[in-house]
Design a protein around this ligand. Sequence first.
Ligand code: PMP
Length: 407
Amino acid sequence: MNDFNVNRIREDFPILHRKIRGRQLVYFDNAATSQKPLSVIETVSNYYKTLNSNVHRGVHFLSDEATNKYEEAREKVRSFINASSVNEIIFVRGTTEAINLIATSYGNSKISRDDEIIISALEHHSNIVPWQMLCERTGAKLKVIPINDKGEILFDEFEKLITEKTKLISVIHISNALGTINPIKEIIEKAHSRNIPVLIDGAQSTQHCRIDVKELDCDFFAFSGHKIFGPTGIGVLYGKEKLLDEMPPYHGGGEMIESVSFEKTIYNKLPYKFEAGTPDISGPIGLASAIDYINKIGIDNISNYENKLLEYGTTELMKIGDLRIIGTAENKASVISFLAGNLHPYDVGTILDHQGIAIRTGHHCAEPLMKRLGISGTARVSFAFYNTKEEIDLFITALRKAIKMLK
Ligand code: PMP
């Protein structure tokens, strides 16, 4: 793995050196949010120290500089996901807002009664509820691709769900609850053979693997800055320029207009048409710094290293008797959900927390998925490239102790 040195990398993340309840923090809740390298923290802090001003409207030096940095960040995101143009990069609050934007703007203008939208049984609530709301408004119908017990979508069933009424397919790239990597390229190809646009929820993939929206040929792609080592409150909606151009604005206000009169308002061009009001300015600048950091480490190095952690973590967990891994797809990212005997995940999580180990428990904002699997929730560990095998060992020892205590 060339010069990938996890101990050196860990030095970049101040929070990893915190003690929790007197123990070294082991942070295995990366699917919920990732930690931030010092370079990102300092970029955001420096923005407020040296650059703070409003964008796109000032004649003064600071405003000009802030605008340049804000737009440089857009270019950085464009290059990171290989979009064709900065006009295709819309800054939003996060994946949730990106999907709501599409469900509202694209949905209201292109989807009507009896039309159909397809999602999968693996979806996060963020990729379910906006479509349900759209269906309520329009009378459209939501159809769900079923999965097998391993947590993989059934491609044949997906093909059967497509009809001439299907107007949009919106699927998760990597499952936050199970780690399943969906065959999105095949899904997109199949959808396009029927002229149906596809939105990809990339909240859990952008931090783990290379995203090339041109190669994927997806129509929309959403991700959150806070999951890719950037700040909270900033995310990205990618959309093909032609589609975004045809869509009406999502929010009205300043920035998104060319001119306003009481008789007629002319909307601004892309991407500003979708960025009403003063945007989060430090957010994109911080996100750009996170992208620089990822590029420095190398996304392929990140993938390779995380796959090793996944393999090691899975092997070590499987050595524990009476433990079930939930989500055993062939193609998985570094997320492991599990149930230890019939212990409640919350109890397991609480005892681990007392030993400084942060994991996630519950339904992971995927209640319909949990229902399909016949469980109410799981305990989940999710690894980032700054985690180590030694941390997995600490976790396994702590988990064994928790199981002993709770039995
Ligand atoms: N989709 C998936 C797969 C997620 O994991 C998450 C966050 N847990 C979201 C959507 C929503 O992301 P955000 O809360 O950053 O908007």
